[in-house]
Design a protein around this ligand. Structure first.
Ligand code: ZN
Length: 282
């Protein structure tokens, strides 16, 4: 089977009955790689029929709660369902601090309870590595690299916060081709490097052009999340094969279609509107 990516959650932080929050699964040979762990991730993995204990590694793009809100569920449920080795987890600086807080301050009692409950496998740790740009990890015939992307870095944050706010996108490469995931970002050099000649680019696309009408949404489209006014051009200039749009603000079917048409104006390749459960193979 050719390597594939499955969108597990295609919404954002705003509750959406039709979408979970960001999570993607890459399946390559025997390997199952999870990127982000937003709302509903474990339920979606179960719906796919993928055994949770097969997930390894987990990669985190950044620390917004619509990307890591159910990281604890991935860690604990994979263990509950038989994970018998440490789970490798990679993410931007302070990912390790977050995972330690979950395991030592939030779910420490739960873990101890289950360890002493008859029939559970011994507790399996999480091996967390804080990363920046560069090679993240590799497996049988594949490798993943990270790039720093621009998700609000030009907003008026205090310097001390800005230094701590590192956001990543990921690029999966194998003999069959390249899958890139933008993470949350606007157009930036890191995104261009991720997307360069990618066979599949999974790209955040939050708003249709008609939604970028107020100062607030203009600011959002300019500094925080790429929208339908830019992503088609980015994909065309990067020579992307298939562009998959994700991370949508809740909107009507008509507005979603309008967003797709906005992007299609700037991009002539294969264009897919992401929905939860969409699988695309190389
Ligand atoms: Zn975000």
């Amino acid at each position: 089977m050719r390597p594939s990516i499955t969108l597990l959650g295609t919404g954002g932080p705003r509750p959406d009955a039709a979408r979970g929050a960001t999570a993607l699964l890459i399946e390559a040979g025997e390997d199952v790689i999870l990127i982000d762990a937003g709302r509903g991730v474990v339920r979606q993995v179960a719906a796919l029929g993928v055994a949770l204990d097969r997930i390894d590694p987990v990669l985190v793009t950044h620390h917004h709660y619509d990307h890591i809100g159910e990281l604890h569920d991935v860690i604990l449920s994979s263990w509950l369902m038989g994970r018998a080795r440490p789970l490798r987890l990679f993410g931007p600086p302070e990912t390790r601090r977050i995972v330690e807080a979950l395991l030592q301050q939030v779910y420490d009692k739960d873990i101890e309870f289950r360890v002493h409950e008859a029939g559970n496998v011994p507790w399996q740790q999480v091996a967390t590595t804080d990363i920046v740009a560069g090679l993240v990890c590799q497996g049988a015939g594949w490798r993943i690299t990270a790039e720093i992307v621009d998700h609000g870095s030009r907003l008026d944050f205090p310097d001390a916060f800005r230094q701590r706010w590192v956001c990543l996108g990921y690029r999966f490469e194998c003999p069959e081709g390249v899958i890139a995931f933008s993470g949350d970002t606007v157009d930036c050099p890191g995104l261009r490097r991720l997307a360069d000649n990618a066979d599949i680019l999974v790209q955040c696309c939050y708003l249709a052009r008609s939604e970028i009408a107020s100062p607030q949404t203009q600011r959002l489209a300019g500094y925080t999340l790429a929208c339908a006014d830019t992503v088609g051009r980015i994909a065309t200039e990067a020579k992307v094969g298939t562009l998959v749009l994700t991370h949508h603000r809740p909107k009507s079917a008509e507005l979603l279609e309008q967003m797709r048409q906005d992007v299609a104006r700037d991009f002539a390749g294969s264009l897919l509107l992401g929905h939860d459960g969409l699988r695309v193979s190389l």
